[in-house]
Design a protein around this ligand. Structure first.
Ligand code: SF4
Length: 299
């Protein structure tokens, strides 16, 4: 499967570079996996973090370049350590040993072939945890298809409805088309959400949307699309943690927090169109935990 990297078209950038022989594309990722952090994470949605934490593995680099990225040192400044596929499989097993509820692959798109290799080894060596694929959704549908049978829970963003904002703030063309097609494939693969008796998610899709300042109308279009397409088979996570960091200071219209009244209005809108399964955030801080607000069933 690593051969895919010899003419890399893993994501919509379709760079076509030979990553096996040192060429780098937009994501600046080569043949080796680069990991920035592996830890237990307590600030995901409660059905993902639980009490023990989610076994996050943050991969270095990214195929988007969001001007407001909160993790820009990891996603845009190449921070991290190269690890082999075998070592990545050990990291997964170490997370399991520490009591993680799941393995949470954060920004994994540009390393999919290597991650599948590591998952195969780890599963052969006793990995039984659900696998969470936590993505910005700028994905090729063929790459998502490779993950069938390896991923249990998809945690995709749906950042924008109007592509002009994706181009302006994330440097990505045709974001909505790629992201929405990828999310349809994810829902097809794992089906409706399933939880265990402790409320931990075992299968399903949680679509995340982080509001941006001044774009309430675009956020409404995002959830209209989600509800029209998937009804209540998916969960929706509405995030208000936007902070004007990184290069967002160069864009006056988003160089400010989200208006709390807009966030409240947006939650009301989600409820009014019929969304029943979702999470909201209590305030705008990154560390604030999600709370199940729309529906307590199964949580
Ligand atoms: S994964 Fe990286 S190299 Fe491959 S197409 Fe996407 S941005 Fe380009």
């Amino acid at each position: 499967m690593l051969n895919i990297l010899s003419k890399c078209k893993l994501c919509p950038r379709s760079c076509g570079v030979d990553r096996l022989n040192g060429e780098l594309g937009f994501c600046k990722s080569g043949k080796s996996i680069k990991v920035a952090r592996a830890s237990l994470h307590y600030w995901e949605e409660p059905c993902i973090s639980g009490t023990n934490g989610s076994g996050t593995v943050f991969f270095s680099n990214c195929n988007l370049s969001c001007v407001f990225c909160q993790n820009h040192q990891i996603s845009q400044e190449d921070i991290g350590k190269e690890v082999s596929i075998e070592r990545l499989s050990e990291i997964f097993l170490e997370q399991q040993k520490r009591g993680a509820h799941n393995i949470n692959l954060v920004t994994p798109s540009h390393y999919v072939p290597q991650i599948i290799g590591a998952l195969k080894i780890a599963k052969d060596n006793g990995l039984t945890l659900p696998i969470v694929y936590n993505t910005n959704s700028y994905e090729n549908i063929d790459t998502i298809r490779l993950l069938e049978g390896y991923v249990d829970i998809y945690l995709p963003d749906l950042k924008y409805y109007n592509n002009k904002y994706a181009e302006k703030y994330s440097g990505a063309r045709n974001y909505f088309k790629y992201a929405s097609d990828a999310i349809k494939e994810m829902v097809c693969q794992v089906g409706p959400c399933k939880f265990d008796s402790n409320g931990m998610m075992k299968k399903g899709v949680i679509i995340r949307h982080m509001m941006l300042p001044g774009l309430l109308f675009d956020s409404k279009k995002v959830v209209d699309y989600i509800y029209t397409t998937f009804g209540n088979t998916v969960y929706v996570s509405i995030m208000n943690q936007y902070t004007p960091l990184n290069k967002a200071t160069n864009f006056p219209e988003i160089n400010k927090p989200v208006n709390p009244k807009h966030y409240e209005a947006f939650i009301d809108y989600c409820l009014s169109i019929g969304i029943k399964n979702g999470f909201i955030q209590e305030d705008g801080t990154v560390k604030e935990s999600f709370i199940p607000k729309f529906n307590l069933n199964g949580i």
